[in-house]
Design a protein around this ligand. Structure first.
Ligand SMILES: [Zn+2]
Length: 182
């Protein structure tokens, strides 16, 4: 079992295989509900994840920032990874210098992608970087994600309450192996 953040939980079949319950608080998915549509637990209000590792899409200011703000994305991604999240950044999918509209279309398509051929969203939620409200692109992405019931939180709110402060200090340490194109 991988270590995951305290902010997320999985839904599990209970032992008599008749009920689907929250792995953290025991809340039961109402009968007749498709569990794939449950994004937040009705009891503990944690975000429900559908893989072993919760996966977040990072959004934030890019245009007009030095090096398209890669360093900030990389640093936040490293912190979230230490708390058990897998994270993708728009930079993983968009070449430097891509025209804004084309970049936005690529990023939004990625953000909304399903996992493989399934109907389960690839991302369990959206993590907003500082200053996202001032970014036209990030605001558009946030508004779309929120309207489509994807859990959206400022990135720090995804961290476990127990995540040590020291974790924040060594944030920029991010191995190239783990961040190929960020
Ligand atoms: Zn719960």
């Amino acid at each position: 079992m991988s270590r995951t953040s305290d902010r997320v939980c999985m839904l599990e079949l209970n032992t008599d295989m008749t009920r689907i319950v929250c792995s953290k608080c025991g809340w039961e998915v109402p009968a007749g509900t498709n569990p794939n549509t449950v994004r937040e637990c009705g009891g503990c209000e944690r975000v429900v994840v559908y893989g072993d590792i919760p996966r977040l899409y990072l959004i934030g200011p890019v245009t007009g920032k030095p090096n398209d703000n890669r360093e900030t994305f990389r640093a936040v991604r490293a912190i979230l990874r230490k708390d058990g999240y897998e994270c993708d950044c728009p930079h993983h999918y968009i070449e430097q210098g891509t025209e804004w509209g084309k970049a936005m279309r690529t990023s939004i398509r990625q953000m909304l992608a399903n996992d493989g051929q399934s109907t389960i969203p690839m991302y369990d939620g959206i993590a907003m970087l500082d200053g996202w409200e001032q970014s036209r692109g990030a605001k558009i992405e946030h508004d779309i994600a929120e309207a489509l019931d994807m859990p959206c939180r400022p990135w720090r709110e995804w961290l476990s309450p127990a995540a040590p402060a020291a974790q924040m200090a060594d944030a920029p340490a991010c191995q190239p192996l783990l961040a190929p194109a960020c």
